[in-house]
Design a protein around this ligand. Structure first.
Ligand code: ZN
Length: 192
């Protein structure tokens, strides 16, 4: 894995952790995607990097909101523009949605974030491997002999026991968050 990729992944992790702490800005209750909202013909969508199915979906939604709100666009207009911030697999996924089931911007946004949640889960494991390699984080002492613990079910490399996957590991999430808080993980320094 390239360093700059890892740096991006750490940023994504940070965003995911912030999201999981209940730092919610996505509150578009009751907003319908198909209101008769019209953008002016010559409106040019600002330079938003399109989501193509990789990266952090929550960050993408936030980025859209943070870019378009200051331009004076209301929620309805932002919802209208959402499709135009997608490309490749991201757009393919969006266009297969049954919009009769995903009425409203909030539901579509939630479906979008959930659809791509695995992008972040993979990254949590990657971050663990890097921190382990740098010696900043060590696997916890297993409570059971590892040959017994590994017999079946999902295995957590951090706890070294079965019962949950590393992606679901709350203790690891907290440990990574601690490292970010203490600025042991500095994405900018990894990017050289
Ligand atoms: Zn664990």
């Amino acid at each position: 894995m390239e360093n700059h990729e890892f740096a991006q992944q750490v940023k994504d992790i940070k965003a995911a952790l912030a999201h999981s702490k209940g730092d919610q800005i996505l509150n578009f209750d009751g907003l319908c995607l198909f209101l008769n909202v019209k953008l002016s013909e010559n409106f040019k969508i600002p330079d938003i990097e399109k989501f193509k199915g990789t990266g952090n979906s929550t960050s993408h939604v936030r980025h859209i909101i943070n870019t378009l709100k200051p331009m004076g666009l209301n929620d309805e207009l932002i919802a209208q523009l959402f499709q135009r911030t997608l490309t490749g697999c991201g757009l393919d996924w969006f266009l297969t949605l049954d919009f009769t089931k995903y009425e409203g911007w909030q539901r579509i946004t939630n479906a979008f974030i959930n659809q791509y949640a695995y992008n972040v889960q993979i990254e949590l494991e990657d971050v663990f491997h890097i921190l382990e390699a740098t010696g900043d984080l060590k696997p916890l002492q297993p409570k059971f002999p590892s040959n017994l613990a590994q017999k079946g079910g999902e295995y957590c490399k951090y706890h070294q026991v079965t019962g949950h996957s590393i992606e679901q590991c709350g203790a690891l999430k907290n440990a990574v968050q601690d490292h970010i808080d203490q600025e042991i993980i500095d994405p900018t320094k990894l990017d050289d």
